[in-house]
Every structure is written in structure tokens, then in C-alpha cells.
Design a protein around this ligand. Structure first.
Ligand code: ATP
Length: 555
């Protein structure tokens, strides 16, 4: 494998039209990405696989293994902009914050919990200077080349031996390790962490809160009263429509409402390709159940969602299910687990979140009934009050409880939420599939081959139809086969350009699982050669059964 796999993946994505930098001709827009023709197909397949598993293929008549009873699953599609009170009651307006630090000189902005701090010390351990860096980048060059400002300030403070801590610190730990001056109570100027940008190295500010919601104005008047927000998650669309769904369809608790759609977060440091973007797509489901059964449903959904990624090709060795520690849990949550993947841009042993599965109790429905909730001294959820003893943000006042007409019981359902990201899942499938191997070319010489071992269900193109040569009726037969696939709704391409080896490699690189070659024997035996992308095994398959043969492998 190449040294920097991630660079290879990003360049392949651009070269083959999978993912482009947004507004690239204008220099790009940080944190926004466009999917090219093949990426659009790939992401659509990821989305469809999720929706198919969650809703379309769900059997609501049967009690599934691990569940107390049969249940319904329905879809919904809600607007990107919701009533501003939704975000006040959900807590996003006050609490959806990240801590950020800014460079006072170049104005670059960093997420405080992502930043790592390195410290230069004299031989007795006294700190001389500190600077931030983002993991995976930055080595401070002591020669001073390209980093003269920092080198000079360190040298000015020490003539002897200088060393840099081998292990970087979090910003919080670094700040806690500092001793403020006895006179002023302030941190000495030279110990204020410097900007990660080596050509700047300006001082960083203290961490400050930053709300991640994108604000916009609705309507022509444009006053602050008209301020609204682009949704930072799709979930609230399900909560505020809980009653509508119960009243308009025949669903009974327990049931789930699923939605796939765009969400927006003004991330401070978008990075790692599409992993952390400012506009992204979520695949979320809110499962409403009886409080007495919620623990069992939580375990069921957690395990089922973990299995989904493996079923679509993510290897055991790169996927983990991580239960949140008590400190990580939101105050209302009884349990949360993350499905995490070992992305190639992360250090050995580190994982990035693909999905969170949370037991949310009755927090969400109660918030939209009563108003924004906070925990009281006993850990019970109560409506937050303002300085006049009034609810800080009033809820809708609507009754969002559920009446079970079999048991005659009224209750507020608990919610289990599996919240996944379509872009992160797509990126994980790309990273997992990216493979380099060596294969002999037509002259027997070993050549590097790049292939994407995508599950056939996810592959953007399922079949490439290739006439061996451009004569003897082969193109006509191949075109007829190609049209059969298209008519059956199977994404196929027809390619007659270049030597067959090159055509195979073009398809391997984009993950096409099946290449079908029409050759000299086809006219007599009515068969084509089907080449398997991964094993390179070649089989003769009759033209008559080709569409069915592929359909079987896409199930
Ligand atoms: P993180 O801790 O990585 O910021 P999160 O815990 O805030 O993520 P959730 O609010 O649980 O994420 O959102 C559910 C899913 O949405 C995540 O697991 C992820 O797949 C996706 N997601 C969240 N933020 C982003 C983003 N900025 N870019 C791409 N996908 C995202």
C-alpha cells in the first residue's frame, strides 16, 4: 500500500468523479463538498441500503430476534428550517456549542478540543514556549527555516539545551499546568500557546463558546425576530411530528420514524476530507417505545446498527462499538454507544465516529411539551426557569403522550435514536474498499493495480459490458446486453475504447464488480466471460440469464 493512503483516496475521488471540492474554480469553500457522477451513485446506494434496511424491507408482522414484539417503521421528510422555538426547547440554541480558540494575528479558528499543544523546555524543565498543532501535521523545525518567529522566541529565553515534549498535551491540560505570575495573576506572554500556522505563530485567544448552528433570516423584513436556523440534525423533525404520525397512520408504539436529509453545522475546523463538513447528510431514526421496554430496544438497535456496517463490507478489525462512559453521557441519557471506524487519516489505534446510538428517555417529547429541560439537584429533568421564575423557553403546550388502547395506559414514550452520517459512512466504505495489488499485464509484466472492493450493492456501476474488439458483431451483441441491464434498472456502462486490460483497470478503480466481455466465441456458444473484480476469476455465463445472475448478486 502507498505510504499516504488518504492522499491516494482523495486523488482517486477527484480523478474519477466521486467527490470534488465545492466551488473549486473559485478556490473552494472550506467544509463543503460536491459528489460527482460516480459519488452520487455511491452515496445514493449507501442511503438506499440504510432506508431499505430500516423501512422498505422491514417486516412489521413478525417479532424479530432480540425484540419484545413486532413493530412498524415509517419514513418522513421534514423541512431544513424549523420554527426557532424547536431549537430553544431542544437545547440547541443554548447548548449546541463547541469551544474555539482564535489566532489574534491571522484570525484562524481552531476547535479547542481538537488542538494539541507542544511545549519547548530548557534542560531543567522550565517551559520556554508552547504552540498548537492539529494531530497529523506540524513538526517544529529547530533550524528556524519557515518558523523563524517561534525559533527566535525560544532561543531568546535559553542558551543551553532545548527539548520539546515528546507527548503533546490537550489545551485543557496545558492550561491547567501553567502557574500564573504571582504579581499580575496572568500567564506570562511567552507561554500563551502560539498559532499552529508556522508562518504566523501569533498568540491564541482563551477558549470561547461558539454556537454551531447556521443562522439565517426568514422573510423580507429581516429583523432579529425573523432569525431562524438551518437544522443541525434531522431528529427534531421526527419529534415534532410524533403526534401527526400517530394520528395519521395506523402505527402503534413501539414504532420508528426514519429520515435521510441534510444537516448543517458551522464546524470550527472542518477537516479530514468529508469526515467533518459544514453541510452533510444524516440518516436518523427515532424509535418510540414503552419506558419499561426501552433498555431492551436500546440493546437491539445498538447491535443491529453495528452489524449493518459489517454486512456491507466493513472489516471486523477496523470497526468498534464503543459504549460511552458515565462522564460522556448526556444528563438525560441512560446509554449511548458509538460505532467507530479506523479511518486511514487517524493515528494507529484511533477511531472516528460513524454513528451514535442513544437511549434518550422521554427528554425530547417532554421538551417539546413542557419547554427546555435541565437536570435539578437530584438529577430529575425539570423545566429551566428564567430570572423571574418563568419557563426560560416554553414548549408547544401540546400533549405528546401516547394512549395504548390495549392496555388502557397513557405514557410518554421513550426514544432510542440511531443517528448515522451518510457522508461518513460513504467515506468509510471508500476507505475500506481502496486496495492496491499487483497483477500481470498482457505481456506478463507485473503492474500495480488500484481497485475498490466495494460490496456490489454499493458499487456505483454494477456491470461493464465490453466487446473484445470493435468488429465481427461483438459491439452489437454487447450493446444489446448493455440495454438489457439498463432496462432492468441495473447501472451498467458500455466501453469499447482501448485494450481490454486497460478497460478492466478503469472499472477496478471505481469498484465495478462485474466486467462482461463479448468475444469470438460468444456468437457460437451464446455466453460472455464474466470477470470478478476481486478474485479475477473468469466464468462463461449464458447471455440469456445474465440479468438474473447479476440481480441475484445485488440482493
Ligand atoms: P462529532 O462528535 O464527530 O462531532 P456528533 O457526536 O456531534 O459527531 P451526532 O450529533 O451524533 O454527531 O450526529 C450523528 C452523525 O452525523 C455522526 O455520527 C456523523 O456520522 C454525522 N455527522 C455529525 N457531524 C458531522 C459533520 N460535521 N460532518 C459529517 N458528518 C457529521
Amino acid at each position: 500500500m502507498s505510504d499516504n493512503v488518504m492522499d491516494q483516496i482523495v486523488s482517486l475521488c477527484k480523478r474519477r468523479g466521486i467527490i470534488f471540492q465545492n466551488s473549486e474554480i473559485y478556490g473552494g469553500q472550506n467544509g463543503f463538498w460536491d459528489y460527482g457522477p460516480l459519488g452520487t451513485e455511491l452515496k445514493r446506494n449507501v442511503r438506499n441500503a440504510w432506508y431499505h434496511d430500516m423501512v422498505a424491507s422491514h417486516d412489521e408482522l413478525t417479532v424479530l430476534e432480540g425484540t419484545p414484539k413486532a413493530f412498524s417503521m415509517v419514513g418522513i421528510e421534514t423541512a431544513l428550517i424549523m420554527h426557532p422555538r424547536v431549537w430553544k426547547c431542544s437545547g440547541h440554541f443554548d447548548l449546541f456549542n463547541d469551544m474555539r480558540v482564535d489566532c489574534r494575528e491571522c484570525r484562524a479558528r481552531y476547535r479547542a478540543d481538537h488542538l494539541r499543544i507542544k511545549v519547548a523546555r530548557s534542560d531543567d524543565g522550565t517551559p520556554l514556549a508552547a504552540w498548537g498543532f492539529m494531530p497529523g501535521s506540524d513538526e517544529f523545525d529547530w533550524s528556524g527555516a519557515g518558523d523563524k518567529k517561534l525559533a527566535k522566541s525560544v532561543r531568546e529565553r535559553c542558551e543551553g539545551e532545548i527539548s520539546v515534549d515528546a507527548a503533546p498535551m490537550t489545551l485543557a491540560n496545558y492550561t491547567a499546568s501553567l502557574q500564573p505570575s504571582e504579581d499580575s495573576g496572568e500567564i506570562a506572554e511567552h507561554l500563551i500557546p502560539r498559532c499552529p500556522n508556522s508562518s504566523c505563530r501569533g498568540p491564541l485567544t482563551e477558549p470561547r463558546e461558539f454556537n454551531l448552528m447556521f443562522k439565517t433570516i426568514v422573510g423580507a423584513l429581516g429583523t432579529e425576530d425573523d432569525a431562524a436556523f438551518l437544522r443541525p440534525e434531522t431528529a427534531q423533525g421526527m419529534f415534532v411530528n410524533f403526534k401527526n404520525v400517530v394520528d395519521s397512520s395506523r402505527v402503534k408504539v413501539p414504532f420508528g420514524i426514519a429520515q435521510v436529509g441534510k444537516s448543517f453545522r458551522n464546524e470550527i475546523t472542518p477537516r479530514n476530507f468529508t469526515f467533518r463538513s459544514r453541510e452533510f447528510e444524516q440518516m436518523e431514526m427515532e424509535f418510540f417505545c414503552h419506558p419499561g421496554e426501552s433498555q431492551q430496544w436500546y440493546t437491539y438497535w445498538r447491535d443491529r446498527r453495528f452489524a449493518w456496517y459489517k454486512n456491507l463490507g466493513i472489516s471486523d478489525s477496523k470497526l468498534i462499538l464503543r459504549d460511552h462512559t458515565q462522564e460522556e453521557l448526556a444528563h438525560y441519557s441512560i446509554g449511548t454507544a458509538d460505532v467507530e471506524y479506523a479511518f486511514p487519516f487517524l493515528a494507529e489505534g484511533e477511531y472516528g465516529e460513524l454513528e451514535g446510538i442513544a437511549h434518550r428517555g422521554d427528554f425530547d417529547l417532554r421538551s417539546h411539551m413542557e419547554g427546555k429541560l435541565v437536570a435539578d439537584a437530584n438529577g430529575c429533568l425539570v423545566v429551566e426557569q428564567d430570572e423571574h421564575g418563568q419557563p426560560k423557553y416554553r414548549g408547544s403546550g401540546k400533549d405528546l403522550s401516547y394512549f395504548d388502547d390495549q392496555t388502557r395506559e397513557r405514557f410518554i414514550p421513550h426514544v432510542i435514536e440511531p443517528a448515522a452520517g451518510a457522508d461518513r459512512a460513504t467515506l468509510a466504505f471508500i476507505c475500506e474498499a481502496y486496495t492496491e495489488d499487483e497483477q500481470p499485464d498482457e505481456h506478463g509484466k507485473m503492474q500495480k493495480r488500484v481497485l475498490m472492493k466495494l460490496d456490489p450493492r454499493l458499487a456505483p456501476i454494477k456491470v461493464a459490458v465490453l466487446p473484445l474488439i470493435k468488429k465481427e458483431g461483438m459491439p452489437e451483441t454487447a450493446q444489446a446486453i448493455y440495454r438489457d441491464f439498463k432496462a432492468a434498472g441495473i447501472n451498467a456502462v458500455y466501453d469499447q475504447q482501448a485494450a481490454i486490460g486497460r478497460r478492466y483497470r478503469r472499472q477496478d478503480e471505481i469498484g465495478t464488480p462485474f466486467c462482461m466481455t463479448i468475444d469470438g466465441e460468444t456468437a457460437t456458444d451464446g455466453c460472455v466471460t464474466v470477470r470478478d473484480r476481486d478474485s479475477l476469476k473468469q466464468d462463461r455465463i449464458p447471455i440469456k440469464g445474465l440479468v438474473g445472475w447479476v440481480q441475484e448478486r445485488l440482493k
